[in-house]
Unconditional design. Structure first.
Ligand code: 6GU
Length: 227
């Protein structure tokens, strides 16, 4: 799939996207990624992307006359029409279902908000608005990176261990069970015997039980969603 981001800090993306699983996804041709500098669409000497709000008040608003041509131009860079997502704390909260939906699309354009937000007229170009949680970031760039990461790892041919995805869907909506690796004993703490037993049915049952218990303790709201 192709992902474009539009930001006033395009250089923030490359170090993340070039490394880890995202870098592998790119090498394998599963991900095509482009970060565009919104200031490339300005015409003035100061490369102005924001202005004071009509009606007064604190902060600055991102200019519609810069955003809209930028989004239109980026959309036209490929024959595939992008699904356009604005990152803003006023959007719907991103989750795993959304990541799976995006992984099934062939093109995404993430528009990163800064300052007090976008001029309301720019939203006409948004297919949807996404937040990544109930806290305020200085801008949408980190949110966009979260969306890129969660989406890319679900693309075919990306996840290192093909079983990981299947295991996740089996335990969908539950937190991960505890994991151990060698040594079998560390400072008196032993790995649970069942994991050394070689009995795979017993191991699966233990893990499921641990996932349910952990979810009940830490995120009971997730169990409510399953019912
Ligand atoms: Cl998408 N943007 C900003 N600025 N803050 C956020 C966010 C987005 N999601 C959670 N907090």
């Amino acid at each position: 799939m192709r992902i474009d981001v539009l930001s006033i800090f395009p250089e923030l993306f490359e170090p993340i996207v070039a490394n880890s699983m995202l870098g592998i996804a790119r090498e394998r041709g599963a991900l095509e990624f482009y970060a565009h500098d919104l200031r490339d669409w300005t015409h003035d000497l100061h490369r102005t992307v924001d202005d004071a709000p009509y009606g007064g008040g604190p902060g600055m608003v991102m200019k519609v006359d810069i955003l809209v041509p930028a989004i239109e131009d980026i959309a036209a860079m490929d024959s595939r029409l992008p699904h356009v997502v604005f990152t803003t704390p006023t959007g719907n909260v991103f989750n795993q279902d959304k990541a799976a939906e995006y992984a099934g699309r062939d093109r995404l354009l993430l528009v990163c908000g800064r300052y007090e937000g976008f001029d309301e007229r720019a939203y006409a170009l948004a297919d949807e608005c996404m937040s990544i949680g109930d806290y305020v970031l200085t801008g949408g760039e980190l949110a966009a990176l979260v969306i890129v990461d969660a989406t890319t790892r679900l693309l075919p041919r990306v996840l290192g261990n093909a079983d990981s995805a299947a295991d996740e869907s089996f335990s969908a909506g539950l937190l991960e069970y505890p994991q151990y690796t060698r040594p079998a004993e560390f400072r008196g703490q032993r790995v649970p015997d069942v994991l050394l037993s070689g009995n795979h049915a017993a191991i699966d049952a233990w893990r499921y039980e641990q996932s349910v218990q952990r979810t009940r303790d830490v995120r009971p709201d997730l169990l409510d969603l399953l019912e």
